[in-house]
Design a binder for this molecule. Structure first.
Ligand SMILES: C=CC1=C(C)c2cc3[nH]c(cc4nc(cc5[nH]c(cc1n2)c(C)c5CCC(=O)O)C(CCC(=O)O)=C4C)c(C)c3C=C
Ligand SMILES: [Fe+2]
Ligand SMILES: [Fe+2]
Length: 348
């Protein structure tokens, strides 16, 4: 890096040409193939981020490089194989569909892309693409309804790192959460209503969210409160009483204590408490992915049945559901207020 040119070189273009509006959807990332050699670099990037594993590098890196990365990719690749779609990884496929759905619903003057925090298309690549298209006002939408530093902040960090290199820096807005957004809550409630109308209702509805280490919550991460709030809002829409549903946290990773109750522990204990028919939905994921399709829809079903459960219904994520895409469009429009009006009225 030369001392005279530490920031990006900017082309000489008019204000109008570099003041367009961009929307960048963000999700976690996923391997390019369901193979250990593709899973390993994904896990390396993801689990090296201090937002995700908050241990001193001197302690964590020997475990990561000595145990996790040599052993985990093989098992995880087999899990990916079970859910892989013919178009690719489900997370990638559904994120692409959501991007296309948003493009259909917003004017062409708004440039819409998606990027992955740990994977392809990368955040640097997509911020550069939007910049080259003349975007000067960027709305960043991490596709995590409930704020968790390990996901939401990690995604935004990556965008801000790119902005830190810009000479003619974009304006930026971020959507840190949408756990209580009316459209999102309604779309979830209708997803459950429609599913139950077709397949019948279980004894209980489980809202299973991805977990986080308890320490992250104790240090101020509001994530579990936002998960409970989403579940309560959806339950109210459905007219459910507190006894009709349960909130739990899945995908525990590592040896630390994670927030509770654990989804996996409940699969084992619920049948013994008389819950023989269970419906499960994962509202923290707007796209079906490894964590929902393998861990909940496949492994969860087996665990529940082994423990004496009789009927198990996995209700899919919102994915490319039209009502959800309308809600996402509303969320984007609400957060573009002022920008969008100016652009549509004065610059179109
Ligand atoms: C300390 C580890 C982890 C934290 C904290 C964590 C939080 C977290 N993750 C998601 C969403 C997803 N996670 C996914 C996979 C995944 N997550 C972890 C670990 C932590 N997650 C690992 C190691 C993995 C990879 C699979 C495995 O090795 O078991 C995915 C799926 C990606 C896909 O390709 O399908 C998603 C999505 C959230 C929302 C969250 C915090 C709230
Ligand atoms: Fe995760
Ligand atoms: Fe709390």
């Amino acid at each position: 890096m030369s001392l005279l040119n530490q920031f990006n070189i900017e082309p000489e273009i008019s204000f109008e040409q570099q003041n367009k509006i961009g929307v960048l959807l963000l999700n976690l990332g996923t391997p390019t193939q369901a193979k250990p050699e593709a899973v390993k670099p994904f896990l390396r990037k993801f689990l090296s981020d201090q937002r995700v594993v908050e241990l001193p590098k001197a302690i964590w890196y020997p475990i990561l490089h000595g145990i996790v990365l040599p052993l985990r990719p093989k098992v995880v690749a087999e899990n990916y194989e079970r859910v892989w779609l013919k178009e690719g990884s489900p997370l990638q496929v559904f994120t692409e569909k959501q991007t296309a759905g948003l493009r259909e619903r917003l004017p062409d003057t708004v440039f819409i892309e998606y990027a992955m925090t740990y994977g392809e298309p990368s955040v640097p690549q997509m911020v550069a693409k939007l910049k080259a298209a003349g975007v000067g006002r960027l709305l960043v939408v991490p596709l995590y309804p409930q704020y968790a530093a390990s996901c939401t902040a990690a995604a935004v960090d990556k965008v801000l790192a790119e902005l830190a290199k810009q000479r003619n820096q974009m304006s930026v807005r971020t959507v840190s959460r949408f756990f209580n957004h009316e459209g999102y809550v309604n779309a979830l409630a209708n997803q459950i209503r429609n599913y139950r109308a077709q397949h019948g209702a279980g004894d209980k509805l489980m809202f299973s969210f991805h977990g986080i280490p308890l320490r992250q919550h104790k240090l101020g991460d509001p994530y579990p409160h936002e998960c409970h709030a989403t579940a309560k809002l959806v339950a109210e829409k459905l007219g459910l009483s507190q006894n009709d549903y349960i909130v739990s946290f899945q995908s525990q990773f590592g040896k630390d204590k994670w927030i509770e109750p654990s989804t996996q522990a409940l699969f084992k204990s619920l049948p013994k408490q008389g819950v023989k028919k269970l419906d499960v939905i994962c509202p923290g994921f707007v796209s079906d992915c490894l964590e929902t399709m393998e861990e909940i829809a496949i492994a969860g079903r087996e665990e529940f049945h082994e423990a004496g459960g009789e009927a198990y219904n996995y209700i899919p994520c919102l994915n490319a559901n039209a009502e959800w895409l309308d809600a996402l469009t509303d969320l984007v429009k609400e957060n573009l207020l002022g920008w969008l009006k100016y652009d549509l009225v004065d610059l179109k």
